[in-house]
Ligand binder design. Structure first.
Ligand SMILES: *Cc1c(COP(=O)(O)O)cnc(C)c1O
Length: 387
């Protein structure tokens, strides 16, 4: 069935033409029930080859929570990436495909007991922490393991800030490095997270300044660190342009070169940037309604089965299937299929009028979508298909 999409420049400004046209070609050939998520494997491959390329001595770990689909995990594994995980479920996934423990780290500063037990028997050996209680837990389950302390750093300009929940200030962090050493753990370094979807390049500068200050305090206390884990945060394009990975990495590399010892090891933990812009959600229009002066558009994926991040302010770009004049546009309130009023994805989205039963493509939706999805109200979790 030939689909009627009119691709405009604002679409190809957001997602690469090759990814978009690959998806459109696929949709013309296949007739699969919506909703589902298509992931362009070539785009993932391209992103993986770029991230960390400009950072000396770096090792890249995919943050599994961004999209834990087994096919993606297998693909990323083949590309040689390591993995950053937080839970027993994520570890189980990796063990099911035989990922070696040396390629697994966990930067969740507060880990469950179940996970610690499993990580110990699996042989994982790199962990983040930001409290004395966590050191005591690690000592119990993983005596002598390598640890890095999570420093709190500014998350301004990140659309998904994380700094409120995790990380400690300098003095506290310095004390925690000693505390870990005194209890027989091996304090190897420092980690931070600039916030997810970080569009402010200065967050990395501030974070590295702070990490450097901690590095020096540790040195004065007789703790020689060798690892800097710069977390994730690389942004992708949703509705506008962002700084690219290359520019961020070159800046980070320069700062590390200026401030830290030559042999420092660098860990990077990208999630969103690996799969986000490789993914396009394929959904269908299940209804339209005019209420007061609002045009409501109902699609078969919503806040509960994939688009959770819209609640936190992430805005997507849409490409709708329509047989009408695409020059005539209206403002739409886009909403999910469930009967909950919380299930509203976006407002004031300017689009041509979509056909009922027509497709709505949601660009750059490969990360933090399926991983959040539930079957609330009986709507299935969309499946992921690598193309
Ligand atoms: C979520 C997370 C990441 C990935 O962050 P992105 O912004 O998706 O790159 C990396 N490290 C830790 C500790 C995380 O919690």
């Amino acid at each position: 069935m030939l689909r009627t999409f009119k691709v405009e420049k604002y679409h190809t400004d957001i997602v690469s033409k090759t990814t978009l046209f690959k998806v459109l070609k696929y949709l013309n050939k296949k007739n699969i029930k919506t909703p589902f998520l298509l992931i362009d494997r070539e785009k993932v491959r391209e992103k993986v080859s770029v991230i960390g390329q400009n950072i000396k001595n770096s090792v890249v770990f995919y943050a599994v929570k961004a999209n834990p689909d087994i096919e993606i995990i297998k693909f990323v594994n083949k590309l040689g990436m390591g993995f950053e995980i937080a839970s027993e479920g994520e570890l189980k996934l990796l063990s099911s495909i035989g990922v070696k423990p040396e390629r697994i780290i966990s930067s969740n500063p507060v880990k469950s007991f179940k996970f610690l037990k499993m990580a110990a028997s699996y042989g994982a050996n790199y962990f983040a922490y930001d409290s004395t209680d966590e050191v005591d837990k690690l000592k119990r389950f993983l005596p002598g393991c390598n640890v890095y302390v999570r420093l709190s750093v500014p998350n301004e300009g990140s659309e998904w800030p994380l700094s409120k929940k995790f990380g400690v200030e300098l003095d506290n962090a310095a004390g925690l490095l000693s505390y870990a050493k005194d209890r027989g753990l091996n304090p190897v370094g420092i980690t931070f997270h600039v916030g997810s979807q970080c569009t402010n390049i200065y967050n990395w500068n501030t974070a590295l300044d702070k990490a450097k200050a901690l590095w020096d305090i540790a040195e004065r206390k007789g703790i020689r660190l060798n690892l800097l884990n710069i977390g994730g945060g690389y942004p992708i394009k949703y509705t506008k342009n962002v700084i690219d990975v290359d520019a961020i990495d070159k800046n980070v590399n320069k700062l590390i070169y200026e401030k830290f010892p030559q042999n420092v090891r660098v860990f990077i933990e990208p999630g969103r940037a690996v799969v986000g812009d490789a993914g396009i959600f394929v959904t269908s229009v299940i209804g339209k309604a005019a209420r007061a002066d609002e045009n409501w558009l109902y699609i078969d994926v919503g806040v509960f089965n994939g688009l959770m991040e819209s609640v936190g302010g992430i805005k997507y770009t849409y490409l709708v299937e329509t047989t009408r004049d695409t020059k005539q546009k209206k403002k739409w309130t886009i909403t999910g299929p469930s009967c909950d009023s919380f299930d509203v994805i976006d407002k004031d989205v300017v689009l041509p009028e979509p056909d009922i039963e027509g497709l709505v493509l949601i660009l750059s939706s490969g990360a933090y979508t399926i991983s959040y999805a539930s079957e609330f109200n009986g709507f299935a979790i969309p499946k992921t298909i690598l193309i």
